[in-house]
Design a protein around this ligand. Sequence first.
Ligand SMILES: [Mn+2]
Length: 472
Amino acid sequence: MDYIILCQDELPYFLLLLKTLSSKRDTIHFIVDNQAIYERLLSQGVSAQLSSFTVDRDKFFKNLQLKPDSCFIVSVKNQALLSTILKLVARYHPYQPTLVIEENDLALPEQLSAKIVRPSSIFTDLCLPRIEQAFTKRHVQQIRELFTDKDKILLLIQSDPDPDAIASALAFRHLIGRNRSTAHIASFGEVTRPENLAMLRLLDIQVEKITPEVIRKYDGLCMLDVQPPHLFTNLTQGINMIDVVIDHHPEKPGYQAKIKDIKATYGATSTILTEYLRAVDFNISQRLATALLYGIKSDTLLLGRGVDPADIEAFSYLYPLANTNILRRIERPEVHPEDIDSFSNALKKRKIIKNILFSHLGRVRREDVIPHFADFSLQIEGVEWSVVSGIFRGNLIISVRNVGYVRSAGVIMKNAFGQLGSAGGHSHMAKAVIPLNNFYKRFGDRRESTIRDRIVDIFLAGFEETTKEQED
Ligand SMILES: [Mn+2]
């Protein structure tokens, strides 16, 4: 890019020097009306001309050498002069791409392709984020200092660890320069969701299951994506030795930590950790970027829920660093050939009543094939609702989906199956988990066909009931 700069002060000079440093192919030519600035530019080896563009302006701008693909930059102090210059450029060089450096509002000529930059925005856009990073850097340095002398560190996450928590713990371990033998990622529970298990497998991350008693064996305790009151009913047990708490859930009272960073406006703890890594110019590996990206993506439902500009910033930063193939494999767990058989069986025995598709998969090896199949069933022409059931680990699981709803799937499920087990959800997707024994007791029959038929009856009754409720 070529730059032609017309100025009465030195601001664009500094700006463009910065620019040339980053891209040596640019050419820059200054036009100035001030002897001192002119000499200073020449002494720096910058191409410049001393010219009075304030007298005989018409002639000056008519003869000004501007190529159509050059960028014309204007910075003059006097607003009236600036307006005149822009009008003349528009007249003699119509649609010249132009950058105007001016703090105040300004009417731009119609036939000029000009944009305005306010000098103050250089501070707000460029300097302010850096200042924030400097503060974050100090925070990270303090965290690192806290752990320098500690041998074994516990990175504790919630009891059904989700991708955001797992990624945050992994990032924290990198941040304090530890490995899996000196900093354990652990939980009082287990990872259960198939996607989360796939994440651990594909990114080679271990989450240990521990009991509260073993916390004493560690020299350092850090809690990520969760706060102590969530995990400890008796807070005295671990409370005296909590070093760091980093979370994005609303701040809970009643606990202390040496360093606390709670950012409740953020959509994910992974965003906080990404900011930490960037503040210290950490070289983020593909594995770590993939984990953090998935953490943000899953906690914000692909930037659709509770999202902060910081989440979008972190997401865009991580995206080119991540492995999107692995991400796809995590999000779409492979379907086992035997599950395909139960899919085709279920499809054959489907019932469609009032645009509602009912289908029962029988026993399934993985719970996620049930919602997966409910999603798929919505693609059948004319189907507006899908109700898919299956049996998994002693429970009858029912998954409901709809396209553009009138009635809420969550309310219907609560009305229909709330008495038999836990049931509820959102307007478009809902779920019920019913202990099989409850179901058998209620209907006194263990046959699959009974299960299938009763689900239809109960759902349709709930469906009608919910309509009435809404009409009232
Ligand atoms: Mn989270």
